[in-house]
Design a binder for this molecule. Structure first.
Ligand code: COA
Length: 259
């Protein structure tokens, strides 16, 4: 696909979206979002894509929504912009396959929010996370006020949201914002190895686990348990369940086919 503001590749079952506005520290403007929306539609449909990775460059994952894009916006324009932002973020969060944010450098504002839509955040030691919108007289408009407190403790979330403080990689790991932190030169290999491990898992069970986990967070326990039970039982109609259990009984490694 021809994109200007993101680079999208598919290799060995892994889709990679790389933000590509290095001169603007990968600030997310409407063009980035429109291109992402089209690529996410491909990722949803293409069975050959088993895992999706989001990344930037060494200096910036993405330094936020493009401030130039909204500096003169009125209320209507802010709604239009956030409609698009929210739609893309939801689509990413709901992608029925695992997603990894490979974070080096700045992950601020919308960059941080996009990472929050991923299932995993693997960061390099130069990563800087933050939701500095409050320092611009606004609040996050891409899910940050909702997804961050659901992920980390409320005190740390409040510090990021109310003070606009940035968080370095070490602290991000401590508060559970990053799942893993490695030295910058090792980030790509670490993320590839992580993706390769995910690809060994049965695709339909992965999808079910992600759906149960994500949907359940927004439901009562009783409703969530019902989703879990339904998806658990549905998996008994898959070849991978037969294979996984047969392999255990026969003391061998399973060969999953995603069916
Ligand atoms: N929106 C628009 N442009 C941005 C941007 C953003 N969120 N973040 C960085 N840029 C642009 C800068 O304007 C600059 O462009 P220019 O060379 O045409 O002036 C370029 O990217 C490089 O940024 P610069 O500020 O010179 O780099 P730095 O290393 O000195 O500082 C940051 C890096 C991340 C601390 C600083 O760019 C920053 O604070 N960015 C805004 C972060 C933010 O508030 N994000 C939330 C937005 S809602």
């Amino acid at each position: 696909m021809s994109n200007e503001n993101i680079i999208f590749t598919i290799e060995n079952g892994i889709g990679v979206i790389q933000f590509n506005r290095p001169q603007k520290l990968n600030a997310i403007n409407s063009d980035v979002l429109v291109e992402m929306e089209a690529v996410l539609a491909v990722c949803e449909r293409n069975e050959n894509i088993r895992v999706l990775i989001l990344k930037g460059n060494e200096k910036a994952f993405a330094a936020g929504a493009d401030i130039k894009n909204m500096v003169h916006a009125n209320i209507n324009e802010a709604y239009l912009l956030t409609d698009l932002t929210m739609r893309v973020q939801e689509r990413l969060a709901d992608l029925p396959k695992p997603t990894i944010a490979s974070v080096s450098g700045y992950a601020l504002g919308a960059g941080c929010e996009l990472s929050l839509c991923c299932d995993f955040r693997i960061a390099s030691d130069n990563a800087v996370f933050g939701l500095p919108e409050i320092t611009l007289g606004i609040i996050p408009g891409g899910g940050g006020t909702q997804r961050l407190p659901r992920l980390i403790n409320s005190g740390a979330a409040a510090r990021m949201l109310l003070l606009g403080d940035t968080i370095n990689a070490k602290e991000a790991l401590e508060i559970g914002l990053a799942d893993k932190v490695v030295e910058l030169p090792k980030l790509a290999d670490e993320v590839s190895a992580f993706a390769a491990k995910l690809m060994q898992r049965p695709a339909l069970a992965l999808r079910a686990a992600k759906t149960a986990m994500r949907k359940g967070l927004n439901m009562s326990l009783k409703e969530g348990l019902q989703i879990e039970q339904d998806l658990f039982c549905m998996l008994f109609g898959t070849q991978d369940q037969k294979e996984g259990m047969a392999a255990f009984m026969e003391k061998r490694k399973p060969i999953f086919k995603g069916k």
